[in-house]
Design a protein around this ligand. Structure first.
Ligand SMILES: [Zn+2]
Length: 196
């Protein structure tokens, strides 16, 4: 076992605290933070007051396709892609920053956060393993989460063609989606002030 520097360990604790604050589950913490499982569990209990939930939820790509989830997922993933491609962030920092921005945008509009951290992280892995793709909407030009290898031509997004039942639920405000660069390729930089 190698001796860890105190500073390095402090950074790992800070990272774990940040991730637990965002709602990361124990399995994800164990994968990305170099602290022992016992310490992560203790940290989790101290921060949340309860033990971490056991087991991973069985997620399928279908969850991301229901209309409200699709709007939120698309918003998050567009921010994430921007962090990766334009801001040059690594995978984990991009995930953390994009998730923080997404929740800030949703909450600032008084809406409910639909995409939790684990689902966001799982979605990134679905994209990495080529199970999901971003499809451009033929009407508004926004990029939306879709099953990989779906036909791209003539795709119409959930905002342009919401299901009839969508009217009964509280309609999501579109401003954060627009500002997140989803609609008409608007620059994500509009919300750059929130990136620290
Ligand atoms: Zn559209």
């Amino acid at each position: 076992m190698t001796r860890k520097s105190i500073l390095g360990e402090v950074r790992q604790v800070q990272l774990a605290v940040e991730l637990i604050g965002l709602g990361a589950r124990l399995q994800f913490l164990e994968a990305v933070v170099t602290l022992s499982r016992e310490r992560l569990i203790r940290l989790y209990k101290e921060l949340k007051g309860v033990s971490p939930p056991k087991g991973l939820l069985p997620f399928s790509t279908d969850w991301y396709m229901t209309w409200l989830a699709n709007i939120h997922s698309s918003m998050f993933y567009n921010i994430y892609r921007f962090m990766r491609d334009e801001a040059g962030e690594g995978e984990l920092p991009a995930l953390i920053k994009a998730y923080r921005l997404y929740t800030e945008q949703v909450e600032s509009q008084g809406s409910e956060v639909v995409l939790d951290f684990t689902r966001a992280e799982t979605m990134v892995r679905f994209f990495d393993s080529d199970m999901l793709q971003l499809s451009p909407c033929s009407r508004c030009g926004g990029h939306f989460v879709a099953h990989a290898h779906d036909h791209k031509h003539g795709y119409v997004c959930v905002l342009c063609r919401p299901p009839s039942r969508a009217g009964k639920a509280r309609k999501p405000k579109l401003a954060p989606v627009r500002r997140a660069g989803l609609i008409a390729g608007g620059p994500v930089l509009d919300i750059g002030g929130a990136v620290s």
